[in-house]
Design a protein around this ligand. Structure first.
Ligand SMILES: [Fe+2]
Length: 290
């Protein structure tokens, strides 16, 4: 593999939500993208804070990187999107998958936000469709539509690095859940099969890790390792068997603690709802809906 294929990847872990965030850059030009950076939210106090994004900003500054993209893989259910905050500091455009409009439509109804809430993705600067490309210095980023965990999930393949978010998890953890509104275990299976057709030595960077069995949090594997040892894919599991396994497992999981808060911020592209007359923003929780 030629040198230009290998971007530098730095991962940042948010322990409160088990989230991995990334800064990926082209070593030749120092052009960089951030992926899935967390805007921290403390549900007990209803308080946001920026320590995760500030850690990313400090790294960008220390390395002298030129951030040209602020990317998210999907509207997350467990944390707020930090891209608007990063944009206020770095100025780069914010991107997400084009099908985010479907997620907006779904959750607009759940939160009863009314017809004037825009569901056209206009909260972002760029909506990526399957196959879209973008430049990162001398490297090319490519977008793969990989729905299933959400109906809008995309993966970013930059050189030999694939940022697959909530599709594959680390091999000892299996795969991501598919039971949120708009999720679909069968589509997730198809997306994962697509990712497994990337070159064997592609580095795979996951969106979450919950550090099972007391091991350290980990974020990186390869396509080959995933194909050969992922807990949920062993023996080249059939789609029907996978859907059965995934559905049974999802039935045992509780919703993420921050989901009902996170989606109403994230369908706004990572912004609080408009403030009330007293200047405070409020989140809305649907009762007896989930
Ligand atoms: Fe997610």
């Amino acid at each position: 593999m030629d040198e230009a294929a290998g971007p530098v990847v730095r991962a940042f872990y948010s322990a409160a939500t088990g989230s991995w965030q990334y800064v990926v850059h082209d070593p030749a030009t120092k052009q960089a993208a951030t992926i899935d950076v967390v805007w921290n939210y403390d549900p007990v106090h209803g308080r946001t804070s920026t320590e995760s994004a500030d850690e990313v900003l400090a790294y960008v500054e220390a390395e002298g990187l030129d951030v040209v993209w602020l990317l998210d893989t999907h509207p997350h259910a467990d944390h707020f999107i930090a891209a608007p905050y990063l944009q206020s500091k770095l100025g780069a455009p914010r991107g997400i998958g084009a099908m985010v409009t479907g997620v907006q439509e779904l959750w607009r109804a759940i939160y009863d936000l009314g017809d004037d809430f825009p569901i056209d993705g206009s909260q972002w600067d760029r909506l990526f469709a399957d196959g879209d490309g973008f430049a990162l210095g001398e490297l090319t980023g490519r977008v793969l539509f990989t729905p299933g965990h959400t109906l809008a999930s995309i993966s970013y393949v930059i050189g030999d690095a694939a940022f697959v978010a909530d599709t594959l998890m680390m091999p000892d953890s299996g795969t991501s859940r598919a039971d949120f509104p708009g999720g679909d275990a069968g589509r997730l299976y198809d997306s994962i099969q697509r990712l497994l057709r990337l070159p064997d030595d592609t580095r795979v960077f996951v969106g979450h890790d919950y550090a099972p069995n007391g091991r350290e949090p980990r974020c990186e594997s390869t396509v080959k390792v995933q194909r050969e040892s992922n807990l949920h894919l062993e023996g080249g599991v059939s789609k029907a068997d996978y859907v059965r396994l995934r559905t049974a497992r999802d039935a045992t999981l509780t919703l993420p603690e921050r989901m009902l808060a996170a989606l109403q911020v994230n369908i706004r592209g990572g912004r609080k709802p408009p403030p009330h007359r007293n200047g405070t923003s409020y989140l809305r929780i649907p009762l007896d809906r989930f």
